[in-house]
Design a protein around this ligand. Sequence first.
Ligand code: PEP
Ligand code: MN
Length: 346
Amino acid sequence: MNASGVVLVHLAPDAGPAALREVLAAAGLPPHARELRSHAPDVVTLSLSTSPDDARARIAGLGVVQQCTILPPGGLAAADAGHPRAVSLGGGRSLGGGAPAGLIAGPCSVESEAQLFATADLVAEQGGLALRGGAYKPRSSAYAFNGLGPPGLELLARARARTGLPIVTEALELAHLDAVAEVADVIQLGARSMTHTALLFAAGRHPRGRPVLLKRGFGATIHEWLEAAELVLLGRLVGGHTAPGLLLCERGIRTFEPSERFTLDVAAIPIAHERTGLPVLADPSHPAGEARLVQPLARAAVAAGAAGLLVEIHVDPANAWSDGRQTLDPAAFRALVASLARLGPA
Ligand code: PEP
Ligand code: MN
């Protein structure tokens, strides 16, 4: 994440095709330069070895430029390393900033009104901060249920109206981003989307300014995860969203151990927190793969300083349309909440 000397350039809406050449010339670069990275048709970053201040002054003076900013050394994700940042989830609730771990819970997939409302009521009853549930689901099998889509989003909006719980739901594709951002209080970007750079940037930039919950890819290093976080934050900067608005979530990585679905990388929680100051959550459900392992993993994550947990629950896990095996039923969820209360603050 070496951002020393990186300048962010946002072109004016009416900038023509020659605008980029003007920017590069002002930066002292040739028309095709490897120092250039394009993030969207109207946004580029330039990695400069010469004084970024001089280049910034020249670029900012061009009529085709709307915004020209020197990024902090080390990048946006690292800008507040060591300083805990709180992120608002909406509805007056927040995570991080040194607050005790909060719970985000709900089904893997939104299935029906009855299923979602009963689960949402349980989350509210147990003092959860937000309701999670996927209307768009990434699935490994070509033939598995992949979410209700728009009707699922509508049910999530109604569950919020019913309980007051903010909604965390996943955007899988650029094409769905507007619809998801309209309903979501927090846009989840899943493990499989961590390398979808256009989606990372667009989710951060979205005019609604929703905070993003970024899961770690199961084959990604912490460094790669934080590079993905950087793209979300870059999007937020371009979109004019000043609040941190990014939550990180460790959800287990692939290892050689077959007795668990993934291996929860507990050390990633303090490491990512140390490097960014951002709230780092843990999802104990996907690494567990089995409901009985969720509670021990959740306790380990909170003991390691997780700012919150993202947990899959369902009123009838045996009949859940996705991830039923790792999903807690109401009794197990109540037991988890009680056991976390006994654990006390990290
Ligand atoms: C989920 O949270 O439902 C999900 C699909 O998780 P992940 O992206 O971590 O696999
Ligand atoms: Mn799931």
